[in-house]
Each structure stands twice: as structure tokens, then as C-alpha cells.
Design a protein around this ligand. Sequence first.
Ligand code: FE2
Length: 296
Amino acid sequence: MPETGSPFDLDDDRAYRAWRDAKLAAYPRRVDDLVVEVRDPWHLSAAEREALVDRCRRANMAIYASARGHDEDREVLRVLGGQLGLHRLDHNLNADEDAITPLRVADDGPRSTYIPYTSRAIDWHTDGYYNRLDQQVHGMMLHCVYAARDGGANALLDHEVAYIWLRDESPDYVRALIRPDVMTIPANADAGGEIRPERTGPVFMVGPDGRLHMRYTRRKRNILWKADAQVGAAVEWLAKALAGDSPCIFRARLQPGWGLVCNNVLHTRTAFTDDSDPRRRRLLYRGRYYDRVAGT
Ligand SMILES: [Fe+2]
């Protein structure tokens, strides 16, 4: 028998307690604790890299602050991610050919029908929950080139903390949310036919590496929860918990030259108002990866 079991094994409370207590003790206290100043994102120093990885180890996320400002060279995302072990980009629906997605309000075209390309608020979710189960998004980066004139802030919550909340409240909630048929996302179709088939899977998955992964959206449209009392109770409890205020939830407004590096934690976006100059509309580059941040 191994000395320590998986903290995510519902039958191993001892392993869970040890992991939970260590996790919460090391969890950053405020958003400033996530921020790492980076002199040159193209060439991280060993100390900068270690500081980013350290935040990701403790909270599955870090914010880098660089002086790149409005530099629109999107390669920065790929180069910075590569230095952190993020290599395998997910070619998601609205990404450009290089798999990097510029998030900016789209007035028309296919992107304009998706919330990320509007100025509306986005509710709690992890990225790519509708992907195939073998192509889940484990790492995610956002790089800010232009901030909105007002709004456009992100709330961030380590998905491992969400797991802790649920398990501490009731292990039955976790039991409901690890069911492989708990969450179904209907097929995505447009006039031209099916873009993505229906997907069914769990909320919480433990990978072959023993790490916890979460597929989640709090939106009520385009999501079918398993019709089951326990599932209903768990989903409702989590939705309420996320609506509350907790010191574990960080709120940040990325500034030009700043970015988020994370192991696909839970996040939101507030609504925003763009600059009146269309060239200075809020612009974020996003990369979704099949990798986690290396060393986390
Ligand atoms: Fe997202």
C-alpha cells in the first residue's frame, strides 16, 4: 500500500485532510500575492520563472506584470507559455490559425455570436469544458494588450479550492459531480450543420498524473445536468458558493502587458465598456493548452 493515497479518493479521508490543510495554508491571501513582475516575457529569468511556478503550485494561477504595454505581437503568448511548459495549444473553434485567440468585441462575423467576443459579463466557468474528454484544457493563458475603459475584470478561483468547499460541505456533492454522466453540453450547430457533437462527462476528473481537473459552467443555457436529486443539490450549492464573496476568490483587472497563467482555474469576466477609439478596444490574447504549467 502506498504511504499516501490520493487526496481525491473519497474513501481516503486522511490523505484528503493532509492535502487540504497544506493547500489552504499555502494558498495566497490576496491577489497581489499572485502578481510576479517580469522584466522581459520573451526571456524569463530563473527567479521570475520560479516565482510564477510557485504561484501556480499554490493556487494553480499566477499573474505576470510586464512593461510590454500595447505591443500587439501575439507571439509573446507562445514564447512565454513555452518557458512554463505550455506547448500543446488547443485549436478551438474561434482561434486563429496559430491557435491563439484574440478576444476583442466582434461587430459581426461568426465570432460575434459567442459571448467572449461581446462586452457582456461571462459567468463562472473553466475553459473548454465542451471539449472531448481526451482533449481537455489543462493550462490557459491570457495576455492583455488593451484594457477596457471600464470593467472587464476577472474573478479567479482555484478549482481545487472549489473541490475543497464541496467536499467539506458534503462528500456526496463530490460523489455526484464525479459521475461520468453528470454534465451534458448539447451539440453546437449552425445553419451549416453540426460544429461540435454533444458532450457528456464529469465535473471533476483526476488525470493519470493524479491531478484534479474541472469541467464547469454556471450558465444555465446550453447545459444539461443529470436529472438526479444529489446532482441538483450539488450544482445548486456550488452555484451559490461561487456567487458569494470569499478571500479565496481573487479579482483582477489585467493591465496592458500583464497576463494570467493558470491550470485552467475557474474564472469570470465582468461586463465592460470599450475605449471610443476602435483601435484601443479591449484586446486579450488567449491560449488554451492540453498541458499544465510545468512543475505544478
Ligand atoms: Fe474562459
